[in-house]
Design a protein. Sequence first.
Length: 224
Amino acid sequence: MAYDSNLNRLRALGVCDLSDALDTLGLPSAVTGLVATSAARPIAGRAVTVKLVAGRAPGGSARHLCTTAVETAGRDHVIVIEQRTAIDAASWGGLLSQAARYRGIPGTIVDGPVRDVEESNAIGYTVYARSVTARTARGRIHEAECQIPICLGDTNVEPGDYVAIDGSGCIVIPQTHVQQVLAAAEQIQTKSQLMAKTVLQGVPVSQVMGAGYETMLQRLKALS
């Protein structure tokens, strides 16, 4: 993949600043309820998507779920998996974490259950998920397709969209809006840093968090 300068900008921003920027621009602002199940740290990259569905694979395909995504992704990607079947079956496990880490993939985000938490944690591979389970996927769920549009919470994710997640939540930036969102988030981050310095200089927080910050958000909204 060609060098993508947007990724450096994305990784320099906090998820909350990115969420505020999305919110200001009238875009879906956050996916909530996903928690780090191993190697908790912020991750960001371009989405390699996987959709999992209920039941056995037609024709009894022997290819294990998510292996195509691992072999497709690299250092600039995050694997994003939709498993909204309501079946308690793992969408991701330890061997997939081992393979993904070997390829330099920053991490995996799963809207559904995962397993082998200790194994992923031991090798330092970051996984965020909706829940955990010990139950295998075999015979319960299978991969419908890799690199198709999926849903993460109530947010649509297209292959190649920009995603970031940390302990506060997850954001998805459509490719068509990335420049606009990053520019807005950078302004918000700069303002927030200045506000923090002002608080440490003894200015009452009620003043620091007052009209100035709200005016900036309104100005950004007007420009969108």
